[in-house]
Structures are given as structure tokens and as C-alpha cells.
Design a protein around this ligand. Sequence first.
Ligand SMILES: Cc1ncc(COP(=O)(O)O)c(C=O)c1O
Length: 446
Amino acid sequence: MTHADHSALAIAGGDPVIAPGLHQTWPDIRATDRAAILAVLDSRDVWSDSGPQVRALQEEYAEYCGVRYCHTVNSGTAALHCAIVASGVGPGDEVIVPAYTMGASAHAVLHAGATPVFCDIDPRTYTLDPALAERLVSHRTKAIMPVHIGGLMADMDAFTAMAARHDLALIEDFAQAHGATYDGHKAGTFGFASGSSVNGAKNLSGGEGGLFVTDNEEALIAARRLAVFGEDTPPLGPGHTRAFWGHGTGWNYRMPELTAAFVRARLPHLDDHNRTAQANAKILDAGLSQIPGLQPPAIPEGRESVYCWYRVRFDPAYFGWTGQPAELRDRLIYALSAEGIVAGTWQRRPVPAQPAFRLHTPAPWRPGRPAPSLKPWDRQIFPEASRLLDESLNLCNVRTPLHVQDPSLMHQYVDAVAKVVHHIGHVMTADYEPVAETPPVPDAAL
Ligand SMILES: Cc1ncc(COP(=O)(O)O)c(C=O)c1O
């Protein structure tokens, strides 16, 4: 049971609940990370198509994940692009993606010349809604891409069945879910081909990079070719010379040896980090579920989230708020931040609101130039994703994630949230500074 702190809010001149300096930051660079990187430098084998570190990481990650093959690339977006192309998706095809994701999921579809068809989310799990996705299947649909957002896997029973029913390729975006499980199976193992990121924000981090995974050998070959100018790249070594023979259009998506060594050094700690995140989430769940008007994340039976972040929903009506829910969200973030909590929004709009996805003709070769006109955006097309982003906030963020925090800090988080909610009347009326708006000049159409 939470005991609300009745002392003055920090925004009203009171003492913050959480003292500065208690958050652990990410990534938690260890001596083993330094040693692994120095060993690569000492070997002078820093550049390679498929050097020893890259090859070892491919084997180790495939084993960790529970798939036959892993191919390492230089970003999560590249890994997803590989997965989409390896699934046979091309120009004219459609791929169903959630409206609440990171833009990269949909950019990867565009890179393949296909069209992302956005779909709203399940209001309970915030992942792609299977019933709504089913309605979007057309004769052009070739693939469906559930995204395991915030560390929680999407409804893979429903999506596996749906892919089989309509003969669609299932592609998982598990950038935010290394090690998350669904009925005991890890993220990445359900898709025909799947992609993940190891950028600095992820629970498995190598700074920048991506991992493509599949059980299908032809898909592996297609991904490898796409990642190196359409070429086949068997391991370099004595007696092997590169043929420089492109079988199709390819990119340069190679993962450097330094990155592979860095990820390899961190992989043995991934499960520990995930367990810490889960234990911390339990503390937050227990405390926040006692505070009326708040809703901690819902984790359906059989799924284990790895809490890439922790999203708390609030009910504006419960608090008697009659203004825009997003304003109350910003007021809460302002008050919580003053108490020493790291609170934020991540994205503030569903992905299809971005101009990049409202162009009449995608024009990747002219980024930054004003488009002559944009397709209209209406938040009512994706009401659940829009509502979620207005009526929720994240506790902790990718620089101070749950998976490196001390449990005692999480108890203080609960106390700080309880204090702010206890004084909600003040929070709703006091002066506050809105969270920086994106885009900086509010677009009336948004
Ligand atoms: C859900 C999701 N998909 C894809 C990506 C793209 O990964 P990257 O930034 O490594 O290209 C990210 C991360 O940024 C992500 O969070």
C-alpha cells in the first residue's frame, strides 16, 4: 500500500522525493567491453566483410535467440529491410505495420519499394491489433509486421494464424524486445524473417547495429546479398578472395568488427538486465496499481516483457480534467520531473502523422525539401494510438532504463508518483512548461 506524501510538491517549492544522482545510466560500460574492443584494435582486423567477431556474434546470437541463422548488419532498420526483402516483398506490395512504433519499421518497408499500411493498436497491450489488421488485408498484402513495442511481444498466436490464413510473410520487429518471450519462445523466432536493433537505446546495445534472424537458408542468402552489394560473402580467410559479383541491387549494411565485439561482450549480461527490468517493473506495478486513475502496463498471460521502457496510462476523466489529455500528460511530466523522476513521452504522435508517411509519392532522394502537398492526417483514423500517446507517459527512459536501476529507486518512484497524484489539483492549475513540441511549430492538422 502506498502512503502518499502530503508535503508540498517540488513545483510548489517543496523538496523533491528523489535526490539527484541516484539514476544509473545506460549503457553500463564494463571492463569486459573495453577489453573486447581493445582486443579487436590490437588484432588490427577492424574492417571485414565477415571477420571473426562478426561471425562469432552471428552464431552466438542465433543460439541465444533460438533460430538457425543470424546475419549482423549496421542498423535495426537495415535488419528489417533485409527481412522484408528476404520475405519476397517488393514494389507494389503492401506490408501491415502498427501506427504506434518507431518510424524505422515503416521506413524499412519503403526501402523495399513497398507500401506500409498502418493499423491501430490493441488498447490493452499497445501492440498491433490482430482484428483490425485482418480487415486491412488486400490482394496486395504480402507481409505483416508486428512490433514488440516497449519490450512486450504482440499477439503471436493471432499473427501466426493470420499469416497462414492469408499466405503472408510474418516479420517481427523486435528492436525493443531482445529476450522477451511468448509462451516461452523468444522474440524473433516466430517470423519467417525478423529484424532487431542493437543501437544505444536497446537492452542489448553495441552503440549502433542490427540483427537479422531467420530459420530459412534462402532468406539468409537474400539478406546477406542485400547487405553487401548483392554479393555472396563467404568468410574471408586464406585461399578466399572476394568475387565482387553482385546478383542484384545491394546496400552496404556491414557491421564493423568493433561493434560485433562490443555486442558479444554484452550478450552474456542480457538476461540479467532483463531480470532486473522485470523485478523493477514488479515494484512499480505493485505501487502504481494502488493509485486510482493510473494504469500500469498490462502483460497478458504467457508473455514476458523486458520493459524497454515502462509506460503508465492515466485517466483524465478520473482526475476531473476537461482540457486536452496531452496537456495533463505534460503537466504530470513537469511535476514528476521536479520530484526527480525521469518521465517523458518518447513519440508524441502515431507514426503515420509524420510528413514522411503522408507524401503522395515517397521521395527518399529529396529528404528535407518541402513536399508540394501532404495527404491529410486525422487522429481519428488511429484513435487508440493517438489516445495512448496523449494519455500516458514513460517512467525512466533509454538513457536511464529500468534494467540498470536499483530497486530502492523504484520504491521512491512510487512515492513520488503518489505524491504528485495526491496534489493533482495543484498540478492541473499551476504554471508549467510544456514538453518540447514535435514538430516545433504545432501543425493544426495534427
Ligand atoms: C521498434 C523499432 N524498430 C526499428 C528500430 C530501428 O533501429 P535502428 O535505429 O538501429 O535502425 C528501432 C530503434 O531505433 C525501434 O525502436
